[in-house]
Ligand binder design. Structure first.
Ligand code: F6P
Length: 337
């Protein structure tokens, strides 16, 4: 069968995530292997609106698999959310002769991708858009995993391990806020991995007395003199939680907001490997003309799903992991879940 796809664009959009570069590399190299030209669209969807692009050859993606951030830059485009902005983007696609776009990012990126694909179809264009989930939040409904999550977990763990050293020496309580937007995956995985005293996540209503005060008390009764409370940003502000601990337990916590440090750094093996697989699958899905798709990891396997259906999917939060945390840090207290 003749390959109808001659030229594609690749872009990164939304918050950056370690492993985005590995995904760009995989898209470019797979495309070239298939005899397809590749254009890097810079600064997210804005690049399509502003004709901000760079031609990609094999060497242009050399030595980036280990780099955090994204060589294509990224942005959250307000203009692309308008019909006029997308019309402009479609005009750029036409001018450059793009048959497909691979968009690497999170939820907002995919909502933009879906709107673009619908507008393209309405205008009689055969442009296909494929999404690759990349966000440290791991909050994409259709995929069990998103590029960047593992690296962000490891970065947060490294920081918290360091905090623990000083908290232990001074016999203090540390309250650490981790990212995750509205999701608690990062906080939960990190909390388990550092053996946190308490973890607060948005998926579970916080009962301050049971979830924080009682856990600190039990830890103290079990002989501990330092405590680690991990707060997902979606569950509240670490500063407020710290003040409340001070008021209700009478200890003086130190608060750390890890912030954007969690988005940087060299991607882990898991993120490099996942990004490589997803980039490869994204190009194959364009070559095999499967239309507008999102690449997902489900039960360890890579597959492409219809974009509209994929965006309607929700993920059941892994409450079993919270039970693990409870079992390991409950210090003999009652089973809470
Ligand atoms: O979606 C990734 C993320 O890092 C979230 O965890 C966080 O809430 C948000 O982006 C921060 O966005 P910004 O880079 O605009 O500060």
């Amino acid at each position: 069968m003749e390959n109808k796809v001659k030229r594609i664009g690749v872009l990164t959009s939304g918050g950056d995530a370690p492993g985005m570069n590995a995904a760009v590399r995989a898209v470019v190299r797979t495309a070239l292997t298939q005899g397809i030209e590749c254009v890097g669209i810079r600064r997210g969807w804005n690049g399509l609106i502003n004709s901000d692009f760079v031609r990609m050859d094999s060497a242009s993606v050399s030595h980036i698999i280990d780099k955090g951030g994204t060589i294509l830059y990224t942005a959250r485009s307000k203009e692309f959310m308008t019909e006029e902005g997308r019309d402009q983007a479609l005009a750029t696609c036409k001018l450059l002769g793009l048959d497909g776009i691979v968009a690497i990012g999170g939820d907002g990126t995919f909502r933009g991708a879906l709107a673009l694909s619908r507008q393209a179809a309405a205008a009689g264009s055969s442009l296909s858009v494929v999404g690759i989930p990349a966000t440290i939040d791991n909050d994409i409904g259709c995929s069990h995993y998103t590029i960047g999550f593992d690296t962000a977990c490891n970065t947060a763990i490294e920081c918290i391990d360091k905090l623990r050293d000083t908290m232990q020496s001074h016999e203090r309580c540390s309250v650490v806020e981790v990212m995750g937007r509205h999701a608690g995956y990062l906080a939960l995985y990190v909390g388990i991995a550092v053996g946190a005293t308490a973890v607060l996540i948005p998926e579970r209503e916080v009962d301050f007395e049971n979830d924080v005060v009682e856990k600190i008390r039990r830890a103290r009764l079990a002989g501990t003199t330092h405590y680690m409370v991990v707060v997902a940003e979606g569950a509240g502000s670490a500063i407020d939680i710290g003040k409340r601990i001070h008021a209700e337990v009478g200890i003086d916590p130190r608060v750390t907001v890890l912030g954007h440090i969690q988005r940087g750094g060299s991607p882990t093996a898991r993120d490099r490997e996942t990004a490589s697989r997803m980039g490869y699958e994204a190009v194959l899905s364009l070559v095999e003309n499967r239309g507008n798709r999102i690449i997902a990891i489900r039960d360890g396997h890579t597959l492409d799903l219809d974009m509209e259906e994929a965006l309607a999917m929700t993920k059941t939060f892994q409450m079993d992991r919270y039970q693990v945390l409870e079992a390991l840090t409950n210090n003999g207290g009652p089973r809470i879940l």
